[in-house]
Design a protein. Sequence first.
Length: 164
Amino acid sequence: MSDNICPQCGAPNAPDTRECKYCGEVFIANASAAQPKVQTPAGGQQPNYQQSNFQQSNPQQQYHPPVHPNQTAQAQQAYHYQQMVNEGISPAWPIKSKIAAGLLGIFLGGIGIHKFYMGKVGMGILYLLFCWTGIPALVGFIEGIIYLASNEHNFCIKHRVRVR
């Protein structure tokens, strides 16, 4: 079975697909006919071609454009806004402090103050209703430690807030 090779990312795809399932590149109608056929020399050895280093770069690296002294603050703000959107953090989310949430969870987690602070009023009321059992105090203490130990990106995504 011959696979379609994506010209953009080099990933193998099924022969009947019209676009790459990894990068979305649309295939040319006769992609296999457009590629030249390589004939084997009379000696029976395959020709040895060198591959280019086109895809040797690290795909995890992000592009950070240089900041010019005459670049306006509005342009810089627009760039940072786009970076937040690309990372999955919405600029519409409220700004909260991760440290404040963690400390509130550790010291006042038994009555749900950290949940009220994070904007989860329903959970805060639930903590208040069951504060007499001591269970919310234990859970609040553990949540406070988790808040402090998590990195900022995971904290923002999980709790739908922006960090100060």
